[in-house]
Design a protein around this ligand. Sequence first.
Ligand code: 6PG
Length: 459
Amino acid sequence: MYEIAIYGLGVMGSSLAKNLLNKGFSVALFSKNEEEGRRFVYEALNENWKVFSEEKTLLSSLTSPRIIFLMITAGEPVDIVIKNLSPYLKKGDIIIDGGNSYFKDTSRRTNYLKELGIFYLGIGVSGGEKGALTGPSMMVGGSLEGWEASRYILQKIAAHLQGESCCNYVGPEGAGHYVKMVHNGIEYAILQLIADTYAVMKRGLGLDHEIITKIFSDWKSSQLNSYLIDITASVLSKRDSDGAPLVDKILDVARQKGTGSWTLEEAVAREVYVPTICESVFARYFSANRQLRIEGNQMLTTTVAPMQLEDYNTQLKDTLLAGIICSYAQGIELIQKASIDYGWNIDLVSTVSLWRDGCIIRSQLLQDIVEALMERKQNILLTKKLSYITALEPSWRETITQVQNDALAVPTLISTLSYYDCFHTDKMSVNIVQALRDCFGAHTYERIDKEGYFHTNWE
Ligand code: 6PG
């Protein structure tokens, strides 16, 4: 008999299964694909695992509570697998979906299965193949009973920081997948901020590849210390067979699987301002339009003033740090608003703490952000803990002035400063918008000196 089933033996499923076996759990594996089942190799303790190819025998091989962890492609396949498992499920069984599922699908599945007495969990699993093998970050949503019954396994296989597991329950229904979706939105933003910073170094300042690589490598031991900066240094160091930097040979078209776009759709629905995430999503869409950019490059000429940054290492470090703080701020505010709107009661401190290790956006900065969240402000930019962002402002503003004069396309860097500037603008210019709307469409406006809605005959 086995303590847990892993359904799906792709890269993530196999890694997670090995993680479970390494932690001493017995695992029933499932794959309909014989070849995939044969490919799974785990040297030690053969009696602790077995590959099944029929749902019925898989389920009858499990000890109680029966836990089935799906590691399959998000979307329709999840519904199909649930349907295939259905005839053999019993009340009290726990189904876990560890893919990047759309949170509304997860809410629907949780509620549907609850009526049948099945506990459903939608877990955001972050950390890629390596994380799944050695300890991912896991954001758990769905059935509280299901969580209570399976946490002893889940918390053990997750990453640990200072003795604390980076796996915890964040809220009901699709809350876990929502938090993971926003995690990915922040991931998109930070990736593009790094890419924009690289563009400033390469195209703006004309620095050599070796110097750029060294700067990113040095930043690993600065306040920017994080997984993504770490791998940027490694990626830049990689050479092609002819000795040229491999990144220079990669086509400038970036793909996506969709979680960034979902984050953006949600930001619009929740009315939360997330410009850095927005620009990072559109940078990928726009990059696909190569022909358009090539034509534009020939037609749209600009007069540029070459960049001059006296202390570019510090100035770019400050600019990137400020951008990363703002990216976390945007994502976290979105989670906070969703928690209110959907009634999920997400504890931001414990949820964001899950990102401190195991996941793709893990960083030293997250320690400050968790402490900032304890101040319970609407946005972490307004906290005492992060007030040091004002000290970054001179470098940051100078960098943006210079990149704009040099006509560099670095959308995340530019829009992030604009985001910050909105936060200290007590009087916005939208009074003009209101007047104009009332002028052409009698949409009415509010006044600063009296209550109510007013209309004026403007013309
Ligand atoms: C993670 C990653 C992982 C995956 C993204 C990539 O946390 O481990 O976020 O889930 O890398 O889904 O998404 P795109 O293909 O859309 O960039």
